[in-house]
Design a protein. Structure first.
Lengths: 444, 292
């Protein structure tokens, strides 16, 4: 008798004690589980109704080690400062905020594992904090699979391009596409129209390459050369001869441990006989502008998202923010003036936490069950702007719910006497582009 | 930039790479030649040299030259002390068994890397060059300190050669390299020679680290690239052959400079690795290695 016919026979005759016992067991199990859930569910409801002070737990994915370590250190300080401020002022929906930090080693593979660990081992409500685009692109799919709201502070165009998923948001920092598009008219109008670009050879660099070149060409300019540099490179002298002689503007954006070497070697190569130089502050984040060997930077220009020197943006909100994070007027740590901040990026951690607060409070989110998560995401997608103030010291921002991306003003600063002086502020309009995606059409 | 100046710049860059590489790889080659063990943690000794240089620079405060000279003395001593401790605590215990030492030094690599990560931090920290001047060629400028690195490396290579060829200690090392048992029978303290050679190899890596740090910044992961390149150089040159190591370092360094300048840095690495494969197939003992 085959197994199938045996089972059919047993059920039909009712003669098999095994089958009956199995049925009884299953029934008893289901009853027990039902009773347990019946018993537990009202308890948890009572707890929430009574205004539980159970903390909102937020996984903080941080680049403590690897090539993003300098950013990671400041991201963590900023996020902690924001959480402390929130906890002193009523928390989120009356509940305290608890950040659970995990190092991802600035490594995409580890990043995905960290997201998984947050969801399964730590049981957090949301994950936030990663910066480096290759890590975000490597981690975001896992967040989507786990249906984990994932807030990145990454700048990259990968969120707004539609290449990630409905659970990924970037509400604290403008994306690279909007940034570079806002820079192009000023660069072409003031520095020159024949541009050579030097950028890191991965996703973040390609955003610069693709969207700045398009924006400069739209201004009637042209690109003389595009020079991609591997992000782990430690010596750059060999790349400068590739810069064509007819270059009017050298556009640089570098990241990683070699940035100071890059800028120094650029100075050694050109000396005083240089083209106009326009860079993203990324090439000098965490680096003192007055470092030895950087004097050739005098009279060059840098993009900043939030001015490093306090006089670049003199507002109450910005002063409050700088004081809470602990940076002095020169943009370095108040405890160690040699420890220069990554001020053009880390404010995104501060602002993102306040966006999370608003979304939780407006959506009535309580715990990471599918209904609450869906309500949270729909609330976020309904936001259209963030006003300047303590939650948003960098300035007023527009938010595009379909793209999950915010847009704010940008700054251009000149290096003068070893400091940065703001010479131009862009408007949000300058960075506007045609949307290419709509996350709200994806199912939750 | 026209071809001539472009080539000059490529050769200068190649020479800097080659010189620093020769010093680093010489340490690895010396250890393998005499002790017949592969030190996978060699790159970490190089990294430690750079990190000690940063500490020396921050100790001396304002004076870059003072910090650099202090580092030139301290870094080799600190690293040599660590190498001696490794020899006593680890290598001796596994009786210099080739496979066990590879595993042991892989462990040491991670220990040192993580120790530096916890003690010194994950940042790349700059060290000011002891002398700063810019050599202005008509077509481009070049860091004067890099020329100093070339000079200092050549002196170190000559010094190592003189010690090996002209001193009694060098004689003991060469005797141990040729036949440890016979050397022992003639009264050469082989164990002591092993310890000294391991320390000397580590010191060479540390000095290379001190020389490079004003160009590259000290970072806890900076030992990986030189380790890989040193292996390439030592395999091409012939394991244990000092002359082969120096020649191979110049072949790899100069070709890296020229190829990465005119084509791409990735192509330079691909060709170097291909060359290793070719040498292993055609002449497994390396260009200057003794046939087994």
């Amino acid at each position: 008798m085959s197994a199938d016919t045996q089972r059919t026979h047993a059920i039909r005759t009712g003669s098999s004690p095994v089958t009956r016992r199995a049925l009884l067991k299953a029934g008893a199990g289901a009853a027990a589980a039902g009773a347990a859930s019946l018993a537990l569910a009202p308890l948890s409801r009572i707890a929430w109704a009574a205004g539980s002070d159970e903390p909102i737990r937020i996984g903080f994915q941080v680049h403590r080690t690897g090539i993003g370590a300098t950013y990671g250190r400041w991201y963590e300080r900023t996020a902690n400062a924001a959480a402390t401020y929130l906890n002193e002022n009523g928390g989120i929906a009356g509940r305290p905020v608890e950040l659970v930090p995990e190092d991802d080693g600035t490594d995409p593979k580890r990043g995905a594992e960290v997201v998984e660990k947050f969801a399964t081992a730590h049981g957090v409500d949301f994950v936030y904090g990663p910066l480096f685009s290759h890590v975000v692109i490597g981690s975001a799919p896992r967040a989507g699979e786990l249906k984990m709201p994932y807030f990145v502070v990454s700048e990259g165009y990968h969120v707004a391009s539609g290449s990630l998923n409905r659970y990924v948001f970037q509400p604290g920092i403008t994306d690279v596409r909007a940034q570079v598009q806002a820079m192009a008219p000023w660069v072409a109008g003031n520095l020159g129209r024949r541009v050579t670009m030097m950028f890191p050879d991965y996703a973040f660099g390609y955003d610069h390459r693709d969207y700045f070149s398009a924006a400069v060409e739209a201004q009637g300019g042209s690109i003389a050369a595009k020079i991609a540099i591997p992000p782990t490179e430690s010596s750059f002298t060999k790349y400068f001869p590739q810069v064509p002689a007819d270059t009017e503007v050298l556009y640089h954006v570098m990241v990683g441990p070699g940035v100071l070497t890059f800028v120094k070697e650029m100075g050694e190569h050109y000396g005083s006989n240089r083209p106009q130089i326009f860079g993203f502050i990324d090439s000098l984040e965490g680096v003192d502008i007055a470092s030895p060997g950087l004097s050739f930077l005098e009279g060059t220009y840098l993009w900043e998202a939030l001015p490093r020197y306090a006089d670049g943006l003199d507002s109450d909100a910005n002063r409050h923010y700088r004081e809470r994070v602990g940076i002095n007027d020169e943009g370095a740590s108040v405890d160690d003036p040699k420890d220069v901040s990554t001020n053009s990026h880390m404010f995104g951690c501060w602002e993102t936490l306040f966006v999370i607060k608003r979304a939780v409070e407006e959506s009535g989110y309580r715990s990471r069950n599918p209904d609450d998560v869906a309500a949270l995401i729909e609330a976020l997608e309904g936001f259209d702007s963030f006003d300047e103030g303590i939650p948003h010291p960098q300035g007023y921002k527009e938010f595009n719910g379909a793209l999950h991306q915010c847009y704010g003003r940008q700054f251009i600063s000149e290096v003068r006497e070893g400091r940065l002086a703001v010479v131009h502020t862009t408007s949000i309009e300058d960075g506007k582009y045609e949307a290419e995606a709509d996350y709200t059409t994806q199912s939750l | 930039m026209s071809f001539g100046p472009h080539l000059l710049l490529a050769l200068l860059e190649g020479a800097v790479t080659a010189c620093v590489l020769a010093v680093t790889a010489l340490g690895l080659s010396l250890v393998f030649g005499v002790m017949r063990i592969v030190n996978v943690a060699h790159g970490e000794f190089y990294m430690l040299g750079a990190v000690v240089a940063w500490f020396c620079a921050s100790l001396t405060g304002g004076s870059a030259l003072g910090g650099f000279l202090l580092a030139l003395v301290c870094a080799p001593l600190v690293v040599a002390g660590l190498a001696i401790a490794t020899d006593w605590l680890v290598l001796r215990r596994v009786n210099y068994h080739p496979e066990s030492t590879i595993v042991a030094t892989i462990g040491l690599l991670y220990l040192l890397q993580q120790a530096v990560l916890s003690g010194y931090g994950p940042d790349a920290r700059p060290v000011e060059a002891p002398i700063y001047f810019r050599v202005a060629f008509p077509w481009f400028g070049y860091s004067g300190y890099k020329l100093v690195v070339i000079g200092a490396s050549v002196m170190l290579l000559l010094g190592t050669w003189a010690v090996l060829a002209r001193t009694r200690a060098g004689l003991c090392m060469r005797a141990t390299q040729q036949d440890p048992e016979m050397a022992l029978a003639h009264g050469v303290p082989v164990r002591l020679v092993y310890t000294a050679v391991f320390a000397a190899g580590a010191m060479l890596a540390a000095v290379a680290g001190v020389l490079i740090v004003p160009i590259q910044q000290a970072h806890y992961l900076m030992g990986l690239d030189p380790l890989l390149l040193s292996f390439i150089v030592v395999i091409i040159g012939g394991l244990g052959s000092l002359r082969g190591t120096v020649v191979a370092a110049f072949v790899i360094g100069m070709s890296d400079g020229v190829i990465s300048m005119f084509f791409s840095p990735t192509l330079a690495k691909i060709l170097a690795t291909l060359l290793v494969a070719l040498v292993l197939v055609v002449r497994p003992s390396g260009l200057f290695g003794e046939r087994p």
